[in-house]
Ligand binder design. Structure first.
Ligand code: ATP
Ligand code: MG
Length: 263
């Protein structure tokens, strides 16, 4: 089981969109994937299930030590499962609700899940857990980083996002220093960009100059198709119509590059 977190302090940098579509492209390749929505905005859970009140199962696992496997829901897609966010996460994010185990709480829940699945064996295995986080460097994001093998940073290369990007990478380094020495920064993925414009070409080039090989080769370009797929609750690789193929292929290429980078 490999655990990958998506993080960027900057709001709207395509964390949830990347989680949604990369999870689907991994599952399309026959890998069994569990997504965890750790953001009280609930964007990822809503992309799969629409707006829903939902039971407070995830926050209860974190706060009360109930079993995290009870929070796993199947989706309409084979090999793809989701633990949706719930309102109980708000108190954890704000610090009003204390967590026994603090920053290591999610890590301990997932270690227990992993050993339970190992004991069951066979079809119970999970190959990948993908964790979506809020646009802030708070206790929820640190719990995700402390629990993960890998972190991927989706980037909007425009001027408004570069300071936040530096802060996000600093935060990854502190997660590594204080909680998770083996945490690996897989890289930065440029998203939601229009390579036909000089502005987007220049900002992409600047990010590549600063971060070098950390930046993925694949770039996810901006298109209304990406938004349409999330709104219709169907990840791009499972959208039937021809207009979606080009964007579905970007997420297939992203999957291949992630798998290549993690070895
Ligand atoms: N390639 C793309 N083309 C067009 N729109 C996109 C693309 N990627 C993301 N978006 C849109 O940009 C907006 C922000 O994306 P998303 O919600 O994934 O960001 P986020 O980082 O998760 O935001 P938050 O920080 O609020 O959690 C959404 O409306 C999404 O549909
Ligand atoms: Mg989000």
């Amino acid at each position: 089981m490999r655990i990958l977190t998506f993080a960027n302090l900057k709001g709207g940098s395509a964390k949830s969109t990347t989680t949604f579509n990369l999870a689907a492209s991994l599952s399309e390749a026959g890998l069994k994937v569990l997504c965890i929505d750790l953001d009280p905005q609930k964007t990822l859970g809503e992309a799969f299930f629409g707006v829903h009140a939902g039971a407070e199962t995830l926050s209860s696992a974190l706060i009360n030590d109930s079993a995290i496997e009870d929070a796993i829901l199947p989706t309409d897609f084979e090999n793809l499962f989701v633990i949706p966010a719930d309102d109980g996460l708000k108190g954890i994010k704000s610090g009003q609700t204390q967590l026994e185990g603090g920053e290591l709480r999610l890590r301990s829940c997932l270690m227990r899940l992993s050993s339970m699945l190992d004991q069951l064996g066979g079809s119970s295995r999970i190959d990948w857990i993908l964790i979506d986080t809020p646009p802030s460097l708070d206790r929820l994001t640190m719990n995700a980083l402390a629990a993960s093998d890998y972190v991927l940073v989706p980037v909007d290369p425009g001027a408004g996002g570069r300071g936040a990007l530096g802060d996000t990478i600093e935060y990854v380094y502190s997660a590594r220093k204080w909680y998770n020495p083996t945490l690996q920064l897989v890289g930065l993925v440029i998203n939601n960009t229009d390579p036909r414009t000089i502005y987007d070409q220049t900002t992409e080039q600047l990010v590549r100059e600063i971060y070098g090989d950390l930046v993925f080769d694949i770039v996810i370009t901006a298109s209304v198709r990406v938004r349409e797929s999330a709104e219709s609750r169907v990840p791009l690789v499972f959208c039937d119509s021809n207009e979606f193929v080009r964007y579905a292929n970007m997420y297939r290429a992203l999957r291949d590059e992630v798998l290549q980078r993690v070895g």
